[in-house]
Design a protein around this ligand. Structure first.
Ligand code: HEC
Ligand code: HEC
Length: 493
């Protein structure tokens, strides 16, 4: 990418002007009139191969206000970088820190540092003030305890000495500003999924919960981001807002090649970015609770089917022994890698386990034990979001997983006196509801390899760690080979 921030594109053509500055040849005139900020994206290497961004308009316009420095010098692109699947990674952030001696605009105390009060006079002070951003790629989202909440904050244990009921510090990963057409829910806590009277309603809810269009959500989101992260006084104007939304809504990003398996869109597979842009999505597609909102067909756990054709990539017969036996291998390493990805995809769709204690799912389905799969929650086909705006508590913010670098909040239910500890109350800080504690959206699973670490707080450094979290949380009983296959599959998304 060019990194060019100016929108210059020869709008004031020098044509017809006499004098030394006027272009002299036809070729130079053409160059002056071209739009140098527009580029057709190329693949960018990541840890396991490469990702590619595709824009439905055919190019990426680096002259879009998405790339323009706003109030405090930050742009949307400060935290949403093409090469990191439109998020940011700790390694790239540390490189930016080193290259700029900590003065890249992302390093600002408004929400880049562990506390807004952090001292950042020397380089060493900066390195420590921005340690959460540099090690986990998390931004400090500051949100107050909402008025009228069903709970109160009785204790704050903030290692950085700042958080209070007026502003809790919530360390969260930038979500990709791409693949947005698969999102039913905007932001980790859904706070930009705006309520509205519309026909976009969650089925079977009383009173019915209905939502604004995604265009409206993203417009509000862009404005809040400009005012918040970029401290743009007065916000974006309507033209900037819509051009940012149009820009990001056109972006698709996915892994296109894998170091071991090669091109992810060959031999019948439909991985890669171009295929992703053609994946259908609508509000409630393949909904796990009520079935598909348009066709009415029952939920299918066969959510991911990009690599079905690769199931026969390593054609040797299965040795006797069934599950747990080593997978068949051939002399061709790429064929073995393709077979592993295909096995991982089948595990994602079909390996059953008991989903228990997930607020937002078990209670909604009225089943204390849901016999499900990874695709139960990641229900939107070949994208992995949840196709209706339901937020779930899978336990990522629970006190037992708290690491010393995270704040711990103790909350008390005002009506019942019940107590709960959490590192991030999630949805409950938006609704004030005790039952929404620790609920987060089910995020998109495409372009994962380029944007570690994972979960809202960046707590899992890599994909095998994510899988081991689930194995432990739901007692799945995955073998080491299963973990490898699932991780290879997730890396290929
Ligand atoms: C300082 C870093 C930073 C900057 C600058 C920034 N963002 Fe973000 N962005 C984040 C974080 C962190 C989140 C997730 C926060 C949360 O969910 O609470 C996020 C979430 C989003 C999402 C939600 C995606 C989803 O799947 O729900 C979109 C869209 C987005 N940002 C677009 C933008 C735009 C547009 C701009 C510029 C106007 C911008 N961001 C500027 C850090 C940033
Ligand atoms: C009970 C619902 C549920 C099930 C089952 C489930 N997930 Fe998730 N998944 C979520 C939610 C919710 C999140 C976000 C959690 C957070 O960050 O707090 C998530 C996040 C993820 C992420 C991180 C994405 C990112 O951008 O950080 C990956 C990867 C993932 N899940 C893969 C899987 C795999 C693989 C399985 C099966 C072993 C699985 N999930 C099963 C609900 C679920």
């Amino acid at each position: 990418m060019t990194g060019s921030l100016s929108g210059c594109g020869g709008s004031d053509s020098q044509q017809g002007l006499a004098g030394a500055d006027a272009p002299t040849t036809v070729k130079e005139v053409q160059r002056a009139e071209a739009t140098p900020t527009r580029e057709v994206p190329a693949p960018i290497a990541d840890g396991s191969g490469s990702i590619l961004t595709y824009s439905t308009v055919g190019y990426i316009d680096y002259g879009n206000p998405f790339f323009a420095p706003l109030g405090n010098g930050r742009a949307c692109a400060s935290c949403h970088q093409e090469g990191q699947a439109w998020s940011v990674t700790p390694a790239a952030l540390q490189a930016r820190f080193n290259a700029s001696a900590g003065s890249d605009p992302i390093f600002q105390t408004v929400d880049g540092s562990n506390s807004p009060d952090a001292v950042t006079a020397t380089l060493a002070q900066k390195q420590s003030a921005y340690s959460m951003l540099l090690t986990k790629g998390v931004i400090r989202v500051g949100l107050p305890l909402p008025a009228g909440a069903e709970f109160e904050l009785t204790q704050v244990n903030d290692p950085y000495g700042f958080a209070s009921a007026a502003q809790l510090s919530l360390f969260r990963r930038p979500l990709p500003a791409a693949n947005l057409s698969f999102e039913s829910t905007v932001m980790w806590d859904g706070r930009e999924t705006l309520a509205a009277s519309s026909n976009l309603c969650i089925k079977g809810t009383a009173p019915s919960q209905c939502f604004a269009t995604q265009n409206a959500d993203l417009g509000a989101q862009a404005n809040a981001a400009a005012e918040g992260h970029a401290q743009l006084v007065g916000g974006l104007n309507a033209t900037q807002q819509q051009s940012i939304v149009d820009f990001e809504s056109a972006l698709f990003v996915a892994q296109v090649s894998d170091n071991a398996a090669g091109n992810l869109g060959v031999n019948g597979a439909t991985g890669g970015t171009q295929n992703l842009a053609a994946v259908p999505f609508y509000f409630g597609i393949n909904d796990v609770v009520s079935g598909d909102y348009r066709s009415g067909t029952r939920f299918s756990s066969n959510v991911m089917n990009l690599f079905t054709a690769w199931q026969t990539a390593a054609p040797a017969p299965l040795p006797p022994g069934g599950r747990g036996a080593p997978p068949p291998v051939t002399a061709d390493p790429a064929a073995n890698a393709r077979a592993s990805i295909a096995r991982g995809e089948q595990l994602f769709n079909t390996r059953p386990f008991d989903i228990t204690g997930v607020a937002g799912l078990n209670d909604v389905l009225n089943q204390p034990n849901v016999r499900g799969t990874c695709s139960t929650c990641h229900d939107s086909p070949n994208a992995g979001t949840m196709s209706a705006p339901r937020l779930l508590d899978t336990g990522v913010a629970a006190a037992n997983l708290r690491t010393p670098d995270l704040p711990l909040y103790t909350l008390k239910n005002i009506a019942t006196g019940a107590m709960r500890q959490t590192t991030d109350p999630g949805r409950a800080l938006i609704t004030g509801k005790w039952s929404d504690l620790d609920k987060f959206k089910v995020p998109n699973l495409r372009g994962l390899a380029a944007r570690a670490p994972y979960f809202h707080n960046g707590s899992q450094a890599d994909l095998p760690s994510v899988i081991r979290f689930y194995d432990h949380r739901f007692q799945i009983g995955l073998s080491p080979q299963d973990v490898t296959d699932l991780a290879n599959f997730l890396r290929a998304l």
